[in-house]
Ligand binder design. Structure first.
Ligand SMILES: [Zn+2]
Length: 64
């Protein structure tokens, strides 16, 4: 499990799931729509938003 940061500043907790079938899909940022990850195989990913840049405290944003 690892965290993924989108270009817009949103941070997601990434979960990898093994699948019995082949899956081809992409995951997109819920806030800006940018593609976070694409996959093609017996795996998929889900993302839980753990940091919303719009709700973050002011000392926590603005730097990349
Ligand atoms: Zn984003």
């Amino acid at each position: 499990m690892e965290n993924v940061t989108c270009d817009c500043g949103a941070v997601y907790r990434e979960k990898r799931h093994r699948l019995p079938v082949r899956d081809k899909d992409t995951a997109n940022c819920h806030l800006c729509g940018a593609e976070i990850r694409s996959w093609n195989g017996g795996v998929m990913y889900t993302y839980e938003l753990i940091k919303n840049p719009k709700n973050a405290s002011s000392d926590d944003v603005g730097e990349k």
